[in-house]
Every structure is written in C-alpha cells, then in structure tokens.
Design a protein. Sequence first.
Length: 266
Amino acid sequence: MKRIKKLVILLIAIFPVMNLYSQNQDTAYPHVIPMTPNAAEFAKYGDFPVSYYTGTPNTSVPLYEIDVDGFKLPINLRYHASGIKVDQEATWIGLGWSLDVGSRISRTVKSADDFLMNFDQNYPRCENGYYEAPDISSNLDNHYQMSMSAGLSCYYSGVLGSLSYDLKYDPEPDIFYYNLPNMNGKFILDKSRGAVLFDKSHNLKIEVIKSSGSVVFKIIDSEGNQYIYDQTEITRNYSTNGWLNKNIETYNTKYDSDPSSFTEWR
C-alpha cells in the first residue's frame, strides 16, 4: 500500500512539468506536395535502382545517342518494373514509362520546403526551412512555438483562448533525386556538410546556388562533366467542393500547397 502511495505521489509530481501536444493545423496531417507523374517516374530509379540486388530489370528501348566531343548522351524509353500503384497517373509517354533524355533533379518535400523562399500557407509561422534553420537539438520545443488564438477552448494565464503549437523551424530534410546518364540516386541537404549522397560510390559533387529567390543546382561527376539545373517545374495541389471538373476555380477551391513549390530542376 505504501508503494502505491509513493507511486501516485511520484506521478503527481511528474505530470505538471510535462509538455503535452495536441493536433493542430501544423501536426494534424502531413501537407504532401507530390511530384508530377513524369518526375515521380524518374524518382523510382532512386528508390528502386536497377540491379540484381533489388531484382529490378533494365527495361529500355534505345532511340538515339548524342555524341559531342566524346560525351555520349543516350535517349531511351524506359519502363520501371516496380509495379503500378493504385490511382497512379500516367506520364506523357504512358503508364509506367518515361522518356530518359538529359538530366534532372526532383524532390519530395518533407514537412516544409527546405529553402522556404516564400510564405508557406500550410505553416504560416515557419521562419526557416531545414537547409537554413539554425542548428538546434531535436527537442520538440525548439522546432515549435506556442501561440494563442481567441476562443473558449481553454483557460490559460487568465485569458480565454485556444493554445496551440505551430511549426517554427522545418525539422525534416527533403529528399532529392538525381537522374544522370546511366546513373540514378538520391540525396539530402545537410546544414553543415551540404549534399549527402545515399550511394557514396557515385562520387558526385553537388552544389546549391541561391540567388534572387531561386535555387540552382550544379552537379560535377567523377569525369569532370558539369550539369547545371536552372529550369524549375512547379506543382500545386487543390481540391474543389461540389465540382467534378478541377479546371474550374470557384470560391470553394482550396489550395493545399504553396504555388511556388519547386519539385523538379532541369
């Protein structure tokens, strides 16, 4: 009996100093910014590379090859055999197919935009993306800030209102995918080390150049070839209530992603 009393007293002493977090606008559900069907098809080669280890065969149809001073750029039709997902959108070539020409970088946004160059309506109080956020510990209190809104939800410090925690610093890096001639992979951008390759055997040097509200990537491969990515592709999610045709914009249209969310560089 005495042990039970001691346990109850211990729990009472611990609970007042614990931070409890409920779901609000920032944490209720993930704000996913998907890639376009063409970019998503190329990203598969980073997640499921063609190799005997993964069991993914190299299914391609060669169309042409550009040869400039010994540098060869193949143009192929490729099919990724990882399978077709439910409601997967077809590329402009066909379902599961892609036109492999040139080079590109695409990404999957995790939480907020790593660069956060513009206001993000999903995280209105977010100050920095992961790439430029201060180097702080992973404690939840360091990434969220407390805010009070009018209402009768709770009573705090003598003020009637709703208490919530909003994202202040992006805690998760985005995942970037690169597609080079005869080479595919992915990387993240570390705050101090720069680009961190998932497959270090590729021996690539990746630079990020930010200027006047835009982001440019430069990749240098092991042979000294440079790839500059200064053309961007922008995606935007939206849904409408009561309309089957999504091309019609009404007062019920609800946008779920920032209009300037870059998902691919070419």
